[in-house]
Design a binder for this molecule. Structure first.
Ligand SMILES: C[S@@+](CC[C@H](N)C(=O)[O-])C[C@H]1O[C@@H](n2cnc3c(N)ncnc32)[C@H](O)[C@@H]1O
Length: 201
């Protein structure tokens, strides 16, 4: 599967949908856990609806994805970052690292490394917040299992699904978990039980 083409087509389609013009519900829910100002890195930003939102609130935002942006944005920086490679930032760079449903496409080894790299690039006291699709999702039932928690979905995508328990095992133990539950929802699909994670360095 040609992943850049797959995701470019998907994001072009997303960008025509009304829900993609508003911040994700999770982005609005987590403001209470965030410092009022600071540098925020978004990973797997997609159509950048949440980077637009965070920059409108005054955060200094770098949005990133492994493909070029679907639309140019002047309010924040955008970097092409493939999470298969190490994060291209110095340690202690960000106050916040944010990722909405972008951590699904990696082996267990790389997933652990990504979380460790996120820990490193955060400043002391920095916040990592992310959502994940759950192992209880109906998509899992329609997918072929490749490895533990790792599936090929009907669209051919190789995708990792998570549970609060699996995340506890994968996250660097130095993170202090502030929120970890399965109560997240999306505008796109109100029935989703997304896993919500907020943790602090
Ligand atoms: C389910 S979409 C989520 C997009 C957006 N955060 C949202 O919530 O609508 C997954 C995103 O991960 C990105 N992605 C896929 N593989 C990636 C990789 N290797 N490195 C970085 N981003 C990747 C895709 O391009 C896509 O934007």
């Amino acid at each position: 599967m040609d992943l850049p083409t797959y995701w470019s087509n998907k994001l072009s389609q997303y960008s025509t949908e009304e829900w993609s013009k508003k911040p994700n519900i999770f982005a609005t829910e987590i403001l209470k856990y965030l410092p009022n100002t600071g540098e925020l890195l978004e990973l797997g930003a997609g159509v950048c609806q949440d980077s637009i939102y965070f920059s409108s609130l005054g955060y200094k935002v770098i949005a990133s994805d492994f493909i070029p942006p679907i639309k140019k944005h002047s309010e924040f920086d955008y970097q092409v970052i493939d999470l298969n490679n190490s994060l291209p930032f110095n340690d202690f760079t960000f106050d916040i690292v944010y990722c909405h449903l972008g951590m699904h496409f990696f082996t267990i080894q790389r997933t652990k490394q990504i979380f460790s790299e996120i820990y490193k690039v955060l400043k002391p006291g920095g916040i990592f917040c992310a959502t994940f699709n759950s192992l209880t999702d109906s998509e899992v039932k329609n997918s072929n299992k490749i490895d533990s928690d790792y599936y090929q979905t009907p669209s051919g995508l190789i995708k990792r699904f998570f549970s609060p328990e699996s995340l506890k095992q994968i996250l660097p133990s130095d993170f202090k978990i502030i929120l970890l539950d399965s109560n997240g929802v999306t505008i796109k699909d109100g029935s989703n039980k997304l896993i919500r994670l907020v943790c602090q360095k």
